[in-house]
Design a protein around this ligand. Structure first.
Ligand code: SAM
Length: 224
C-alpha cells in the first residue's frame, strides 16, 4: 500500500503550501513563543554548565513547510539551521526567502546521513500526525542518529490521551493523533525537561481531545 509520505512528496505537500499561500497563513504563530522559550532554556542550560556549545548550536526542523519558523530561529539565535519538508514548492519558496538557512526536500524518514551526529536540536514542527504509524520506529531511530549525545528534541504536535485517526483535510489520508513523546521517552537516554499544552485557537485549557496540542522539550543524555 502506498505510504502517506509518497502522497505528500507527489502533491499533498504542495497543496498544503498553496493553501497557506492563498490564506496568507505564514504569519500564523502557533506555539512559536513557547518554541522560542524552550530554545532559550537550552541556551541557558549550556551557559549555566559553562559550556560554549550554545555558540554553535545546529538546529533542524522537520515539516518546516514554507520555512518561516526555522528562519525566525535563525534570526533570533543565529544557530546553524536546517529545514526539511517533502513539498518541493514550499522548499523552493523557503530557499528563495531565507537564503541563510539550509533547506532541503526530505521527510522524517529521509534526511541526509551527512547530518548524523551533528544536530543539537531536532524540532518536529507539527508533522508527525501525518506520518504512517508503521514509520514511527524509523523516526525514533533516525532522530537518535541525528542527535549529538547531549542533544534535545522539541516536539510540537497533537497530543491526545488515546491513539486514533481522522480523515486529513478532504483527502483519503489520515491524521494520526496520539502522544508522540512516547516515541522517545521509553528509552533510558531520553527524559522530559518541560511540557506545555495549548490549542490551535489559544493558550487556554480545553476538554476537546481533537484540539489538544503538546509541546515537549526532551533531552538525550548518553551515560558512559
Ligand atoms: C501542518 S504543516 C506544518 C508546517 C509548518 N511547520 C508550520 O507550522 O507552519 C505540516 C507540514 O508537514 C509536512 N510533512 C508531511 N509529511 C511529512 C513527513 N513525513 N516528514 C516531514 N514533513 C512532512 C507537510 O508537507 C507540511 O509542510
Amino acid at each position: 500500500m502506498k505510504k502517506q509520505i509518497e502522497y505528500f512528496r507527489e502533491k499533498l505537500g504542495d497543496d498544503y503550501f498553496d493553501r497557506m499561500l492563498k490564506n496568507s497563513s505564514f504569519e500564523k504563530r502557533i506555539g512559536q513563543d513557547y518554541l522560542i522559550s524552550f530554545i532559550q532554556d537550552i541556551v541557558n542550560f549550556h551557559k549555566e554548565n559553562n559550556s560554549n556549545a550554545y555558540k554553535k548550536i545546529t538546529f533542524l526542523e522537520f515539516g518546516c513547510g514554507a520555512g518561516w519558523r526555522t528562519a525566525e530561529i535563525k534570526d533570533k539565535f543565529n544557530f546553524n539551521c536546517y529545514g526539511v519538508d517533502p513539498s518541493k514548492k514550499a522548499i523552493s519558496h523557503a530557499k528563495k526567502n531565507y537564503p541563510n538557512v539550509n533547506f532541503s526536500t526530505g521527510s522524517v524518514t529521509k534526511v541526509s546521513s551527512k547530518l548524523y551526529g551533528k544536530i543539537d536540536i531536532v524540532f518536529f514542527g507539527f508533522c508527525l500526525f501525518l506520518v504512517d504509524q508503521i514509520d514511527l520506529f524509523e523516526v525514533a531511530s533516525i532522530t537518535n542518529k541525528l542527535l549529538k549525545p547531549n542533544g534535545h528534541i522539541i516536539l510540537m504536535d497533537f497530543d491526545t490521551k488515546n491513539n486514533y485517526k481522522k480523515q486529513f483535510y478532504k483527502t483519503n489520508l489520515f491524521s494520526h493523533k496520539m502522544n508522540f513523546s512516547s516515541l522517545f521517552l521509553w528509552h533510558p537516554f531520553y527524559s522530559i525537561c518541560k511540557f506545555t499544552s495549548f490549542t490551535h485557537k489559544s493558550n487556554n485549557i480545553t476538554n476537546d481531545q481533537d484540539e489538544k496540542i503538546g509541546m515537549y522539550l526532551i533531552n538525550k543524555y548518553v551515560r558512559g
